[in-house]
Design a binder for this molecule. Structure first.
Ligand SMILES: Nc1ncnc2c1ncn2[C@@H]1O[C@H](COP(=O)(O)OP(=O)(O)OP(=O)(O)O)[C@@H](O)[C@H]1O
Ligand SMILES: [Mg+2]
Length: 352
């Protein structure tokens, strides 16, 4: 990079402003800032940006609206994942969003499963657009959010996610910038991923504030979950908080046994602490709700599975991560991409 061009760290250092505030000024006052310079597939700041940012900031500090800006809040980005498929991630992401919404938190589900994007099916929606349209520039982020049950937002998946993983750095940055906008609008973003550690899953794990791991008492679910955890650990994923949900259990005792076994393993062999976010009983209500294309928390709010999901939402709210509100998870990821640090090996590592 030539000396005169600046990356975001330079701008943070030279202006003394937080990165989130710089991103905010970038999105709010584009006309007052010099155009970014594209070099080697990445965008850099013009040195004149420093004075421009300082000017905008000084004006904001003086303006009545100044204090509002310093209280800017970003959504909690919770990526739902699992080692094995079919453990209940999509049902959990969707119904958890509904329960969060009932607890007063504006929630959005982002369908990032490139294999089987089915959040909209479970929610009974026929989306007008999906992430492919955002990638091709046909729609803006705001048009992509469908109004779902209980007022949650749903962003339908599709092959767009796959395109995102394979797209040019410039396009990836543009999409992630749109997701930063979404973080300003919502309070909680639940990202539903496919199982395992494909490339798009890694993207969304890196762009998370927290990871919600779903396992079942099934032995292959446990070994696959442990394998995924080990892969995450070896990939040096930032030490994000990991919450565990044990799904499809027969009893509270079974849930406690499985949770304890998994978290002790993680602590002993990987030195990772995992918090227990709760459990969900095996319940036919889930398949009945699916047949009606209605989330179970809407179809039968008082069914065991819905009550369990409500408890998980309450548990997660209690474990509110202060730092997630103060900075943008997707913004941090954007920096990793721009600095070329977001590239991880494509294949999932073999686990012993
Ligand atoms: N608590 C539960 N009780 C009974 N059945 C459940 C429960 N949770 C999920 N299921 C059933 O398990 C199956 C998988 O659920 P879901 O699609 O939510 O899993 P997933 O992890 O998203 O799957 P994939 O990895 O394919 O995306 C569905 O048939 C669903 O009805
Ligand atoms: Mg799924």
């Amino acid at each position: 990079m030539p000396d005169q061009l600046l990356n975001i760290e330079d701008v943070v250092r030279l202006t003394g402003l937080e990165e989130s505030l710089i991103r905010f000024y970038e999105s709010e006052y584009p006309a007052e800032l010099p155009k970014k310079i594209l070099l080697g597939g990445a965008l850099f700041f013009d040195p004149a940006s420093i004075a421009a940012f300082a000017g905008i900031h000084a004006r904001q500090q003086g303006a009545e609206s100044g204090p509002k800006l310093t209280r800017e809040r970003f959504a909690r980005v919770i990526t739902v994942t699992s080692g094995k498929g079919g453990v209940g991630k999509t049902n959990l992401a969707l119904n958890l969003a509904i329960e969060f919404q009932r607890l007063g938190k504006m929630s959005v589900v982002l369908d990032a499963d490139m294999g089987l994007a089915n959040v909209h099916l479970l929610a009974g929606l026929t989306p007008r657009h999906n992430l492919t349209d955002l990638l091709s520039g046909r729609v803006e982020m705001a048009e992509l959010i469908e109004a779902g049950p209980e007022g949650i937002g749903i962003i339908a998946g599709g092959s767009g996610i796959l395109d995102l993983a394979d797209s040019r750095q410039q396009d990836r940055c543009r999409i992630i910038e749109s997701l930063v906008q979404l973080e300003r609008a919502a309070e909680i973003i639940l990202v539903d991923t496919g199982a395992g550690m494909g490339r798009s899953v890694r993207d969304f794990l890196q762009a998370a504030d927290e990871i919600l791991f779903v396992i079942t008492p099934d032995i292959t679910s446990l070994t696959d979950a442990y394998g995924l955890l080990k892969a995450l650990h070896q990939e040096n994923l930032p030490a994000l908080p990991i919450h565990l949900v044990v799904n499809m259990v027969q009893s509270l005792k079974q849930a406690a046994d499985v949770s304890l076994r998994f978290s002790s393993c993680a602590r002993e062999f990987l030195g990772r602490d995992i918090t227990d976010a709760g459990y969900i009983l095996k319940d036919n209500t889930v398949s009945q709700a699916t047949a009606r294309r209605t989330p179970h928390s809407i179809y039968r709010p008082n069914a065991r599975v819905s009550k369990n999901t409500r408890t998980i939402a309450a548990n997660l709210l209690q474990k509110e991560q202060r730092q997630s509100a103060a900075s943008s998870a997707f913004g941090r990821y954007l920096n990793l991409i721009k600095n070329g640090q977001a590239q991880l090996p494509l294949t999932r590592r073999k686990t012993a």
